[in-house]
Design a protein around this ligand. Structure first.
Ligand code: ADP
Ligand code: MG
Length: 247
């Protein structure tokens, strides 16, 4: 990061309890059906890499959406980097979201824009000066190993490359937290490992990562914290865990 930018950003804000993410007794109900989340307590420290696993419908994506402030909790309290999301005003949501990068299973790139533009777009939205964009985009594209492909359109790229573009876009604004909802769900095993190595190195550089996945092999191999959800509750939370600890 350029030193000027670092100064501007200042010190990373944490919650009063020293965590980067805190959920206290959080529930979320949709208009119909049983609560998608039911009394979730969770504390995540700055710099952690956390897998969230669990059956389809167990509430994983709902948790991600609450953290993105796409949804508001029905009950309980969510604090992220010193912001109480249950009290956060609508007009403050875009600024809050600058703390977060998000990656989805289906990449969600702009199909009619090239790689450079897909990444630059995230900076234009927050009005980063063009001069800085021209410096930041190539730099983040080289982090994800795509410096040579900046002119390509998404359809000219493999799935793994498209996900790298999405990761570059998620990272270009230097978020403290990266949220990933099944980011390897559409990728073959080799590409999955490449993406996992990339995410691990991003985490080693200080970014807190929460990743939802169904991939047993990577969860078991990576020996990170594993949170298992079932029907809207956390049924296990293990340091250096895996699917094997599930039962
Ligand atoms: P997961 O990501 O673990 O598969 P979700 O968080 O997507 O689970 O869903 C949790 C529960 O909430 C499921 O029962 C799902 O059907 C329900 N749900 C999710 N989104 C909505 C919605 N927009 N409206 C109503 N119910 C929903
Ligand atoms: Mg989901």
């Amino acid at each position: 990061m350029a030193s000027r930018e670092k100064k501007k950003k200042g010190k990373l804000r944490l919650n009063p309890n020293g965590d980067i993410i805190t959920l206290e007794n959080v529930s979320k109900s949709y208009a119909t059906g049983a609560p998608a989340l039911n009394g979730i307590d969770l504390r995540i420290k700055k710099g952690e890499f956390v897998f969230i696993i669990g059956d389809s419908g167990s509430g994983k994506s709902t948790m991600i959406k609450l953290l993105l402030r796409e949804l508001v909790a029905s009950e309980g309290k969510i604090m992220v980097m010193g912001e109480d999301l249950t009290r956060l005003r609508h007009r403050k949501v875009p600024k809050y979201r600058r703390n977060l990068g998000i990656v989805f299973q289906d990449f969600r790139l702009l199909k009619d824009r090239n790689v450079y533009e897909n990444v630059a777009f995230a900076q234009r939205i927050i009005q980063v000066p063009t001069k800085e964009i021209k410096r930041n985009v190539p730099s983040v594209l080289s982090v994800v190993g795509l410096a040579g492909k900046y002119k390509a359109r998404p359809r000219q790229l493999s799935g793994g490359e498209q996900q790298r573009v999405a990761i570059a876009r998620a990272l270009v604004n230097r978020p403290a937290i990266l949220l990933a909802d099944e980011p390897t769900g559409n990728l073959d095993p080799d590409t999955t490992w490449d993406i996992m190595k990339l995410l691990e190195s991003i985490n080693e550089n200080g970014t807190t990562i929460l990743m939802v996945t169904h991939n047993r092999e990577i969860v078991d191999a990576m020996k990170k914290r594993v949170i298992t959800m079932k029907k809207g509750v956390i049924v296990s939370d293990e340091e250096r865990g895996g699917y094997n600890n599930e039962d």
